[in-house]
Design a protein around this ligand. Structure first.
Ligand SMILES: C[S@@+](CC[C@H](N)C(=O)[O-])C[C@H]1O[C@@H](n2cnc3c(N)ncnc32)[C@H](O)[C@@H]1O
Length: 223
């Protein structure tokens, strides 16, 4: 039986949510800590999440999806007319596998933007969350360095709460932070029958643009 973590569930009433398309196989533990983490943090992103980003932001092409998983995000990008380069560390039957994003020293030839839902996003325990937050900062720093070299853009899907961390704030404030797209629908990552995740957390897209005028604050947008 899964063990409930010490996180408190707010009584939010019925909350609109976006369901993950593939059901239980995409289980993402959030407030039940007894579930095993998916291998290398694989959780496919429901299409409306990417569509919400693309309604607001136009990316310079080609776009690199460096943690493409089964192509959930890449497919939406391609469907919106983007030329997409898709890679992942693990072979999930989509794109080019065996590419460790954190070891990459440059973007693939010609790419001008990075768009992804990185690993480390959610965990089932408090301790795991703090490790996740630091790992995500490392991921952000690396992605900023890679996109800077091509004066490019970067969009990462993160928990809204993550933005409020002190270390994160320091990194984001020093970066060309151009927009945040707050998702008003919560993402429902998995279906576990009676233990179905009630879509507890809000997520947001944080968007960076190395062509963003220095000193101009980021736009607050809702998706
Ligand atoms: C949360 S899933 C997101 C999948 C896809 N971006 C989506 O939104 O549907 C994260 C993905 O990152 C991949 N991954 C983990 N570590 C990686 C690394 N160091 N380099 C590249 N991909 C990595 C995992 O294999 C997994 O497919």
């Amino acid at each position: 039986m899964p063990v409930q973590s010490s996180l408190t569930l707010a009584d939010t009433g019925p909350v609109p949510s976006w369901d993950t398309p593939s059901g239980p196989s995409l289980a993402r533990p959030i407030h039940f800590s007894g579930y095993e983490r998916k291998s290398r943090d694989f959780y496919a992103t429901p299409a409306p999440v990417t569509q919400a980003l693309l309604r607001h932001i136009r990316f310079r092409c080609p776009v690199w999806e460096p943690c493409c998983g089964d192509g959930a995000m890449s497919s939406v990008l391609a469907g919106n007319g983007y030329d997409v380069v898709s890679t992942d560390l693990v072979d999930r039957g989509f794109g080019t596998s065996g590419v460790d994003f954190l070891a990459c020293q440059s973007v693939p030839d010609g790419c001008r933007s990075i768009v992804t839902n990185p690993p480390y996003g959610d965990t089932g325990s408090q301790a795991g969350q703090s490790r996740s937050s630091l790992a995500m900062i490392g991921f952000l720093r690396h992605a900023l360095a890679l996109t800077e070299s091509v004066q490019g853009q970067l969009a990462l899907l993160v928990r809204l709460q993550w933005i409020a961390g002190k270390r994160v704030a320091d990194v984001m404030s020093a970066a060309p932070f151009s927009a945040v797209v707050v998702l008003t629908n919560r993402i429902r990552w998995f279906d576990k029958g009676e233990h179905t995740n009630g879509a507890q957390h809000h997520h947001a897209w944080v968007v960076f643009d190395h062509a963003h005028p220095p000193g101009q604050p980021p736009a607050l947008l809702y998706g």
